[in-house]
Design a protein around this ligand. Structure first.
Ligand SMILES: [Zn+2]
Length: 474
């Protein structure tokens, strides 16, 4: 197996992935805020996380994978200002925050499955870990990293730099910009970059989600949940933390600062950031009304796995432009790939391989493995996949390689079944013609018919009861 290389945002370099003092990989992904539908932009990040999770398994690592669900504390404003997103959504829809969180979590999990994303070991919710968050804030308080304002308990970033000798925000490449951008909306904040650990309820009883704490009734800030939950499940130092590029400048530096201030240990070794998905060449934004969800795609007749295929066509550090045309092209390519693979499944007989063919098989496997291990280069891996399908290696080996590649790509090729439907009379006639040719041992001609049927979307399977025709499911 090849070594895995990942671009680590901490160093900006591609680094060899190595385990440190443990047998298993600890991996944490910042999950959705369940105040609304997750978009196809959010799902790009979760799909890259899924491919990395699969790749680690492919390389024989056992991975403890955690993805949180943010159901409290994520505020509308980046500088801990404005309403809580879940409470705000509840207000607009006349529901409770608990109902909103439950509703969007359910839909998120349904979309997650539709994209064939493997379930993490655990999906911890922020509201189930209030005690852990309070305990972590207590540690920070005892060590002198916090202060109180009229609206909450804050983390002192300057104190962090002075006490630990570490620079705050080392992940960020936009330090200066950020300092200015984080408007000091709360004049009681000591430094512009300080962030809330605990916010007080303005009027206790007004929010749906609030808890008692040593500092007063309120709710945890967004950043503290990821530190509390990742360290609970993966330990104080763990291997991989992955998230969208929007988290790189504020959320992740905050997670590092508060975790390392509490434990005096390096928090995470490899930070991976996924570049935004664009829609029609523009960043997705509310004002442009260009947010799409998985169900928007399904309503237009697209298979969510075609979106997964589209994600694979770009490297995760490059921006990917979504258009309906690009999705259509991805659906066509994906259907073709799937029907070819299904076609090879029926011909899985083995023949003795010439050394030349065996070498070709090994080469395809190596090319694919090197591509995915090289910073998750899925476009290169897909190219190797297609070349393999077009090559002259035996069908059974093509099928085996396809199944092995799909362990990483996750296009659901193995579970794919053909569907029984009414078969048109012309297609039935073709199948009979093919069977006659087979009986006359004119295998090449018979195969030509089989291929043309496959192109029309019909698969002939030779069963002990005779040939059976199925329509390939879209
Ligand atoms: Zn997070």
């Amino acid at each position: 197996m090849a070594d895995i290389y990942l671009t680590n945002s901490l160093t900006g370099k591609k680094e060899k992935f190595e385990l440190h003092n443990s047998k298993e990989v600890g991996m944490y992904a910042c999950g959705p805020t369940v105040h609304n539908f997750a978009t196809i932009g959010n799902f790009r990040t979760y799909t890259v996380a899924d491919i990395l999770f699969r790749l680690l398994g492919y390389n024989s690592f056992y991975t403890k994978y955690v993805m949180n669900l943010t159901d409290v504390g994520h505020l509308v404003g980046d500088a801990d200002t404005g309403d809580d997103k879940v409470e705000e959504s509840a207000k607009k829809k006349g529901k409770t925050a608990w109902d909103i969180a439950e509703y969007y979590t359910k839909i998120f999990l349904k979309d997650f499955e539709a994209l064939n994303l493997r379930k993490p070991w655990i999906f911890p919710k922020a509201t189930d870990h209030i005690e852990e968050q309070i305990d972590l804030i207590k540690v920070l308080e005892e060590k002198g990293f916090t202060y109180k304002t009229s609206d909450g308990i804050y983390f002192d970033t300057k104190e962090f730099e002075e006490k630990t000798g570490r620079k705050y925000g080392e992940l960020s490449t936009l330090d200066e910009v950020l300092e200015g951008a984080r408007v000091r909306e709360n004049p009681e904040k000591k430094n512009a970059r300080d962030f809330a650990l605990w916010k007080f309820s303005k009027k206790p009883g007004e929010r749906h989600m609030e808890w008692e704490s040593p500092w007063g009734i309120g709710f945890p800030g967004w950043h503290i949940e990821c530190s509390a939950m990742s360290m609970k499940y993966l330990g104080e130092s763990f291997d991989i933390h992955i998230g969208g590029e929007d988290l790189r400048s504020t959320h992740h530096p905050n997670e590092i600062a508060q975790s390392e201030a509490a434990t005096d240990k390096p928090f995470v070794r490899y930070w991976i950031h996924v570049t935004f998905l664009k829609v029609d060449g523009k960043r997705m934004s509310k004002s442009l009304n260009n947010f799409y969800t998985i169900s928007d795609l399904q309503k237009k007749g697209f298979d969510p796995l075609a979106l997964r295929y589209l994600y694979l066509t770009a490297h995760y550090r490059d921006s990917l432009n979504f258009t309906w045309e690009s999705l259509k092209a991805a659906q066509t390519a994906f259907d073709k790939l799937r029907s070819q693979v299904v076609g090879y499944r029926e011909k899985s007989s083995r023949t003795t391989l010439s050394p030349e063919k065996q070498k070709k098989i090994d080469d395809f496997r190596n090319r694919f493995t090197l591509a995915v291990c090289d910073d998750i280069n899925t476009p290169r891996a897909l190219a190797a996949f297609w070349e393999m399908l077009k090559s002259n290696i035996p069908s059974g080996d093509k099928y085996d390689l396809a199944m092995s590649f799909d362990e990483v790509l996750g296009l659901g090729l193995q579970g794919f079944q053909t569907q029984k439907v009414e078969i048109p009379i012309e297609v039935q006639k073709l199948a009979e013609e093919r069977e006659a040719l087979r009986k006359a041992e004119k295998f090449e001609d018979a195969d030509k018919i089989r291929k043309s049927m496959l192109e029309e979307g019909y698969l002939v399977e030779d069963t002990p009861e005779g040939p059976k025709v199925n329509k390939i499911q879209k």
